[in-house]
Design a protein around this ligand. Structure first.
Ligand code: GLC
Length: 436
């Protein structure tokens, strides 16, 4: 197996012949700069869009309904998102205050949302729409100054060379044709297309590793070589993997699925230690990632903003998901949430963008963020007009974000604040100017 893997890799690039060891990864200066820029962005929008959107049953429909892959594939010939307008998507997302977009380039159903030479099962060759939506999105993002990242599935429920894992058992593939070397080379050629034909790519966001994560049957995803390929093609491109385990060398960001780092609310992060890499929490606006017609269970704008604030309080970014409709539009409720989040961020963004986790870990009243000498208190659950903080750094000045003074007394062990009114609203923000 090892030899076959090596041979197929060598077909890709000679660089693959020199074994890359995991511990060899030293991020380039461009990459380190990109990590910092990414961390500062704090808010991105995730888009799960593909031919699965047509069924209105979420992106796992093929596996959950055990659809034969030959039948499923016919959906491509009906995919015509006539209302798709990349510029409109990007403007709506940018107005929401999000600084980046992560879109599914190829999800577990194996359908590619760009014109890939590696498979006809793609948006240009297999649909009447015949437009490369990733290309249109990349142009719009680059014009409007929004970073574009590609989600890329490691697993595939349709290809017969993909070695069967824990999912996709009902899609009627001939599993005797499994050929990891062929599948791995296919993925790397596709990644090469994405990283050479679409301008600067902010990040590649992998998903599906957990399809082969049993200790009993070890599986080598050959991540190190794949990550090396990405960094060689675009040194600043960040690599993230939603694998639910500790970060692997070569990764530049750490992902927490449906979980503010450290909380393990969805049960996926129990095996993960929080790393020193930029952190990202991904979460849905409603319940599902891909468009699901019955899922109108949208979180309120207030809930979403508090999630953003709590995520920032952990020093992490929030990647908030929307499942675009099969007609190419973003759902109206999602657009409304975007508008309202944008309004809030225009006034309060200074306490979010460019910040790190603040000096105090989460408190019963809320969280803190820091930028330079400004320490921001985000009072999410506090209705008293005074607050005692266990802070020892010297506070020079306390105000609200609009400059309104907040009365303050400082002792050696604490700072006592007296607000001009009882805190209310989504997030009552107090800005403390501190001395180290
Ligand atoms: C899970 C799901 C997948 C979704 C991803 C987003 O891994 O399998 O459908 O894309 O979460 O975080």
């Amino acid at each position: 197996m090892k030899l076959r893997q090596l041979l197929s890799a060598s077909a890709l690039t000679l660089a693959f012949l020199s074994p890359v060891r995991a511990q060899d990864y030293v991020p380039s200066p461009e990459n380190l700069q990109a990590r910092q820029a990414f961390s500062d962005m704090k808010f991105g929008i995730f888009l799960h869009w593909g031919i699965y959107s047509l069924f209105g049953q979420g992106e796992w429909y093929m596996q959950n309904a055990n659809l034969d892959w030959r039948e499923y594939e016919k959906a491509a010939s009906a995919f015509y998102p006539s209302r798709f307008d990349a510029q409109q998507w990007v403007s709506a997302i940018k107005d929401a205050g999000a600084r980046y977009i992560t879109i599914t380039s190829r999800h577990h159903d194996g359908f590619s949302m760009w014109q890939t030479a590696e498979s006809d099962f793609n948006i240009v060759d297999a649909t009447p729409f015949r437009r490369d939506v990733l290309c249109e999105l990349a142009d719009a993002c680059h014009q409007q100054g929004v970073m574009l990242n590609f989600y890329y599935s490691h697993l595939d429920w349709r290809r017969e060379d993909y070695p069967l894992g824990r999912t996709g058992h009902g899609t009627h593939r001939d599993t005797t044709k499994a050929d990891w070397a062929s599948y791995y080379a296919f993925m790397n050629r596709q990644l090469t297309e994405l990283l050479t034909g679409y301008g600067p790519v902010g990040a590649i966001w992998f998903d599906g590793y957990w399809d082969h994560d049993s200790d009993a049957v070890p599986f080598d995803w050959q991540l190190t070589e794949q990550y090396e390929l990405i960094h060689r093609l675009q040194p600043a491109c960040l690599v993230g993997n939603n694998h639910h385990v500790n970060v692997h060398p070569g990764e530049d960001i750490q992902i927490f699925e449906r979980d503010v780092p450290g909380e393990n609310t969805a049960g996926y992060s129990g095996d993960m230690a929080i790393s020193r890499l930029p952190l990202e929490t991904c979460q849905t606006m409603n319940g599902m990632w891909g468009y699901k017609i019955v899922d109108q269970n949208y979180k309120s704008t207030e809930e979403l903003l508090r999630l953003l604030v709590r995520t920032a309080g952990k020093g992490a970014n929030l990647l908030l998901n929307i499942g675009p409709q099969p007609n190419g539009e973003l759902p109206a409720t999602a657009l409304q949430r975007l508008r309202e989040m944008g309004q809030w961020l225009r006034t309060n963004g200074e306490s979010i963008y460019g910040t790190t986790a603040g000096d105090l870990a989460e408190q019963p009243w809320g969280v803190t963020t820091r930028k330079g000498s400004a320490l921001y208190l985000h009072l999410l659950h506090h209705t008293d007009d005074t607050l005692v903080l266990p802070l020892t750094c010297k506070v020079k000045k306390a105000t609200l974000l609009d400059g309104t003074p907040v009365k303050m007394k400082q002792t050696k062990k604490a700072v006592v604040l007296q607000f001009p009114q009882k805190p209310s609203g989504v997030d009552y923000i107090v800005k403390l100017m501190t001395k180290p």
